[in-house]
Write a protein that binds this ligand. Structure first.
Ligand SMILES: [Zn+2]
Length: 253
């Protein structure tokens, strides 16, 4: 074990928006005292259970073990499980989670993704309805410029090229850094930024996403620290020119 703060990621999901094979892309960053979930795909509790069942040597993780959750952007494959997480924490265990996103993402999170199912509650059948807001469910933390403290990690972010506001991130614990592109078109400036990590995860897919051929053309020292995520179901992970993240594995730096 390194003497300095260790940093690792457990891979919850590697799939894209249309996957029938995997869980949607989702990462669990861990240090000795901090668990940060990056994105909350649909059926989050199931994804976490699968992570735990497939790797019984690792500590099990449930919705209750996620104290910090960051949303990179508002597409359903990245945010569709947040309602489950927040409802569980409010009604079952009464532990508010800490929720992080850039202001542009937070601005739409409640109004366009959560409000319809979460704003009005009744405590008992026939009882009066109550009106709640996002702050009733979570401690909401808009990400500022530079590094943001989340538990004992420092998180930096920058925008990517995507349909809607989306954040790539670098998570640092001491001298250790792990990066994640989130959803993006091919962007060499983003890859330069992510390359300041010990290891980083990059999406690849069709359409507006990053072509695998573009990543395969990068210098060897960059590719060596890159792992693929958000890849299509048809990608052959055994013959991919860049190593693919696998669900359940732990990447430690
Ligand atoms: Zn997206």
């Amino acid at each position: 074990m390194p003497a300095m703060a260790s940093l690792s990621v457990r891979v919850v999901g590697v799939g894209d928006a249309f996957t029938a094979r995997y869980h949607n892309a989702c990462l669990l960053f861990e240090t000795r005292s901090t668990r940060l979930l990056v994105d909350a795909p649909p059926a989050l509790a199931r994804a976490l259970r699968d992570l735990s069942v497939a790797h019984p040597q690792e500590p099990p993780v449930s919705l209750d073990d996620i104290d910090h959750v960051l949303i990179t952007h508002l597409h359903g494959d990245h945010v569709g499980g947040l309602e489950q997480l927040l409802f569980w924490r409010r009604f079952v265990t009464g532990k508010k989670a800490n929720l992080y996103a850039v202001p542009e993402v937070l601005a739409g999170l409640w109004e366009t993704r959560l409000r319809g199912g979460m704003e009005t509650l009744i405590d008992a059948p026939g009882g009066p309805p109550r009106t709640l807001g996002l702050e009733d469910y979570a401690f909401v933390h808009p990400l500022g410029p530079g590094e943001n403290a989340i538990g004992d990690v420092a998180l930096a972010h920058r925008p990517t090229i995507h349909h809607i506001p989306t954040s790539a991130i670098r998570v640092r614990a001491g001298e250790r850094v792990i990066g994640y592109s989130a959803d993006t078109a091919f962007d060499p400036t983003l890859i330069d930024w992510l390359s300041a990590s010990d290891v980083f995860f990059h999406e690849t897919n069709l359409g507006v996403h990053t072509p695998l051929a573009s990543l395969a053309g990068l210098p060897g020292e960059v590719r060596a620290r890159m792992r693929l995520i958000h890849y299509p179901d048809f990608l052959d992970v055994e013959t991919s020119p860049i190593l693919c993240l696998r669900e359940g594995e732990r990447i430690e730096v």
